[in-house]
Design a binder for this molecule. Structure first.
Ligand code: ACO
Length: 355
């Protein structure tokens, strides 16, 4: 069976830089708290009306497509990882297809919603299509506009300071080169922790999972007076439309699952941590990345971190980091590149690539 290779990479982030000091205009926070806890110095947020998740994705995709030596019309399929699509439905994949000017080709486009692990899941799915020979040019994208779903008050500061907007894309193609390409992908999830990192609205749960929700006690999803709606005035006025995170629990699980799945991926190929040339972790939090690198015994020069400049861009973080590392000359022919993610769900996974 043929392997899939990454033939082109690209990324795009909005021009609008939001520093930690800028956030103090909205909430009681400070640069020192944010940097010490997360490593983030600044992030990019879209200017309302100028960009959406799909338009950021289109900009990143055009770069990846050109570097792969093809044109948008040559694509066979689109896999789009995001938790912040332009619309609740349809998914961002079809909007991206339209933005790329290739709607007339009628190629398929699917959305993947596994949050921070989204790009790994998307890459894994696309890999199967290449390996079976079903498609030859697949666009795999991770993109987010999260700045529009943040509580920019002191109440929301624990989450609002972490997240950024951006997009990264790759083009997958088959390769005949022995030993090269995506060696394996490993995917995992554990739904018992679904409510540890969650944005509960809009949704159909209407209080069904109330015993599992750890969200603030004044968040009431089951009040029948509000009728059968995904979102209502009560939810809006009580800040129930924002994400909730048990940060300490996420930290604990992340630093366990990142190394575990990385080793699973290496073991499957008879490889060891020392064989990795470049480790690209999902940019959750600089402290998480440093903790994981230490646990694995990876030296700092083999780990790509850019959360300092972009914040946590969820499904976009790995393809942005991969494209940036490639542009910096850190990804070379024959290198063993390991992409690893952990996120809401909980979901986690790895893609091990011989470049
Ligand atoms: N600025 C200033 N103070 C703040 C801020 C802020 N932005 N946010 C919270 N605080 C305050 C809290 O109100 C609290 O004050 P109190 O003691 O007076 O009540 C104090 O700081 C400590 O709050 P904690 O929530 O306990 O802070 P913690 O030390 O746990 O740090 C953090 C929070 C950074 C989120 C941490 O839990 C962490 O690193 N978690 C890992 C999860 C993570 O990074 N997730 C990223 C997204 S998920 C993913 O990508 C997988």
């Amino acid at each position: 069976m043929k392997k899939a290779k990454i033939a082109g990479v690209g990324f795009h982030v909005p021009e609008n830089v939001i520093t930690n000091d800028d956030l103090t205009k909205y909430m009681d926070t400070n640069d020192q708290w944010i940097q010490e806890r997360t490593g983030i110095k600044e992030r990019r947020w879209v200017t309302r009306g100028e960009d959406t998740t799909a338009t950021l994705a289109a900009k990143a995709s055009r770069i990846a497509i050109e570097r792969a030596g093809i044109e948008p019309k040559d694509l066979d399929f689109i896999v789009f990882a995001t938790l912040s699509a332009d619309y609740y439905f349809p998914g961002a994949g079809v909007i991206l297809q339209r933005e790329l000017g290739i709607a007339e080709t009628e190629i398929g486009a699917v959305d993947v919603k596994t949050q921070c692990t989204g790009f790994i899941y998307a890459l894994s799915m696309a890999t199967q299509y290449i390996e079976t020979g079903m498609y030859k040019n697949i666009l795999v994208v991770g993109a987010e506009v999260q700045s529009m779903a943040l509580d920019l008050t002191t109440r929301g500061r624990g989450i609002a300071v972490i997240f950024g907007d951006g997009a990264g894309a790759v083009v997958l193609q088959p390769t005949e080169e022995k030993g090269k390409g995506i060696l394996n992908t490993k995917l995992h999830a554990d739904g018992r922790y679904a409510e540890k990192l969650i944005m509960p609205v809009p949704g159909s749960h209407a209080g069904y999972h109330n015993d599992k929700l750890e969200t603030p006690s004044d968040w009431n999803f089951s009040d029948a007076r509000w009728g059968n709606t995904f979102i209502n005035e009560h939810m809006l006025t009580n800040s129930m439309i924002y994400p909730y995170m048990d940060g300490k629990y996420v930290f604990k699980m992340a630093v366990t699952k990142f190394p575990e799945v990385t080793k699973e991926s290496l073991d499957a190929e008879g490889l060891e941590v020392k064989d990795i040339d470049l480790f690209i972790p999902h940019q959750a939090n600089l402290r998480i990345s440093q903790f994981v690198a230490k646990r694995l015994g990876l030296p700092a020069e083999k780990v790509w971190n850019n959360i300092q400049r972009y914040g946590n861009t969820t499904a976009a973080s790995i393809p942005i980091a991969l494209a940036e590392a490639w542009e910096a000359g850190k990804v070379n022919d024959g290198d063993l590149v390991c992409l690893t993610a952990f996120g809401s769900g909980f979901t986690w996974g790895t893609a091990l690539i011989r470049w």
